[in-house]
Design a protein around this ligand. Sequence first.
Ligand SMILES: NC(=O)c1ccc[n+]([C@@H]2O[C@H](COP(=O)([O-])OP(=O)(O)OC[C@H]3O[C@@H](n4cnc5c(N)ncnc54)[C@H](OP(=O)(O)O)[C@@H]3O)[C@@H](O)[C@H]2O)c1
Length: 314
Amino acid sequence: MPAISSPAPSAVILVTGANGFLGSWIVRLLLEKGYSVRAAVRNSKKGNYLKDQFKSYGDKFEIAVVGDIGKDDAFVQSVQGVHGIIHTASPVSTIVDDPRDTADEEVTVSEEVWNEQRLEECNKLGKEASGLAKYSTSKLLAERAAWDFMQSNKERISWDLTTINPPWIFGNKPIIHEVDNPASLTSSSRRFWDAVVNNNFWGVAPLERPGHGWVDVRDVAEAHIKALETSTAGGERIIVTAGSWVWQDIINTAISLPSHIYKRHPAATGPLEVKSRLISWDTRKQERILGLKFRSMEELVHDTLANYSEHGWY
Ligand SMILES: NC(=O)c1ccc[n+]([C@@H]2O[C@H](COP(=O)([O-])OP(=O)(O)OC[C@H]3O[C@@H](n4cnc5c(N)ncnc54)[C@H](OP(=O)(O)O)[C@@H]3O)[C@@H](O)[C@H]2O)c1
């Protein structure tokens, strides 16, 4: 199946959501590896920030203003002449302040069941379903639409689809997307800030929740690029996670760091033993196809806190 050999200086990769938390890391890694990048953004203001960030790459970096991606023709112009597409643009909502948002019994998640239980919850509860169930179901349905498109057009398509399925993504070193202050951090990055700096877990018990997976944003970016470069990734959905966690794991890790890195909140408790994380992950496909070596939680927490200090936030 088609794959792009690395590094491919003449290859142009379209990255959607290029100004986002994950998208901006993908752009950066692609440029560092020698690719040319077409960065799709909603409007030129968002593009100007990125142009400034990546100006040292000259004409290897260009902006494509695509407007709202809900429009049918949003990408008609920007896909012309590209050799690969990394699609990250999506509204992201992780309002996880409800225990129903996470598992209540031990479960192992593999590619076969990823997000399926969220869909079941939405089907059962409709509007009353939890915030995370609605968000995860939107991801599952979008992914299914992409696979259905591939299936119905397989006779006339000469390219492959891979879907990368990360759980909670954390990490900012440096913060390269446009964030002026901690209040502008969004989704998982905002939750990390609130938990570690403010000891605020949004109403969930840090020893028990969320009981989900985590991964460093730099590793997720790497996974997307490896998927472009690895022929056996074509036609696969791949879970990319460094492991299971609850908030106390992150607090325990922060506490183990030097005091100039983690400035302990007076109400922070720990280190405390975590007895259960409920979800475990079957990551054999990732290991077989992408072979990523994940950053440790210590590196993630250290780098993120050090970066807050560099910004003068902490
Ligand atoms: N963060 C996580 O923990 C996490 C975990 C698993 C999966 N993911 C997935 O990873 C991807 C990137 O997430 P992220 O954390 O990087 O989020 P993010 O920082 O909020 O970035 C989302 C990007 O999508 C763009 N976008 C959203 N809706 C759009 C629309 N209607 N039209 C045009 N552009 C639109 C945003 O553009 P604007 O800035 O113009 O809004 C932004 O560039 C998403 O698909 C998300 O579901 C994230």
